[in-house]
Design a binder for this molecule. Structure first.
Ligand code: CO
Length: 212
């Protein structure tokens, strides 16, 4: 059997198990999704949002990319963000990085990855700002892990700079934005930063007349 065929086979077994445990499971799923959380995570296969938070389909709205970045010209991320806030009205947004992130590590060195260079450039900018702190750490893995934390923090602040979040904060208390880092070594999530509508955004990023 080809490895992809195993996925299809396992899918049938999974669907059957769900039905056996709850005959109305899929019927309920079809009706609507009402997730309270929006997760922006790394594409890394070891950090699946539902699995590490012990949640079910329908509970978390998910967007993933290399190194969990919030880039202000990324129409994909912005579209998901707008839908999460304006339609789903999520209570919490979670930006989740993970220790040992290959994308973050790659950004700390000079090897060229072609197109990926342009994406990772966003992380090089964060490294440049915090170079003194990071370079003072002797252990290479710990240097990467510190940049992972600083990257998560920066992406949370990037969310607060979007007109989408500013508009929501003008009209309501939602959402709260969390920056977490997942430790692949023990499965534990660590909080790095949490901000809400009371955050004082750097004035240069504030819009006085908010329109998308
Ligand atoms: Co990663």
């Amino acid at each position: 059997m080809e490895s992809f065929e195993k996925l299809l086979l396992e899918n049938k077994a999974w669907a059957a198990d769900k039905l056996q445990a709850d005959p109305n499971y899929f019927e309920r799923q079809v009706r609507e999704q009402n997730p309270a959380f929006f997760w922006i995570g790394c594409s890394d296969s070891r950090v699946p949002a539902n699995e590490v938070t012990n949640t079910q389909p329908g509970e978390i709205f998910v967007h993933r990319n290399v190194a969990n970045l919030v880039v202000n010209t990324d129409l994909n991320m912005l579209s998901v963000l707008q839908y999460a806030i304006e339609v789903l009205k999520v209570k919490d947004i979670i930006v989740c990085g993970h220790y040992g992130c290959g994308g973050v590590k790659a950004a700390m060195y000079n090897r060229s990855f072609g197109l990926l260079n342009k994406w990772l450039r966003n992380i090089k900018d964060i490294y440049r700002i915090h170079r003194d702190e990071i370079d003072a750490i002797e252990n290479e893995d710990l240097r990467v892990d510190r940049l992972v934390e600083l990257n998560v923090r920066e992406q949370v602040l990037n969310l607060s700079k979007t007109s989408i979040v500013q508009k929501s904060w003008k009209n309501s208390d939602l959402p709260t934005i969390h920056g977490w880092v997942y430790d692949i070594g023990d499965g534990i999530l660590h909080e790095v930063i949490r901000v809400d509508h009371t955050l004082e955004i750097d004035p240069i990023y504030k819009y006085d007349d908010i329109d998308l």
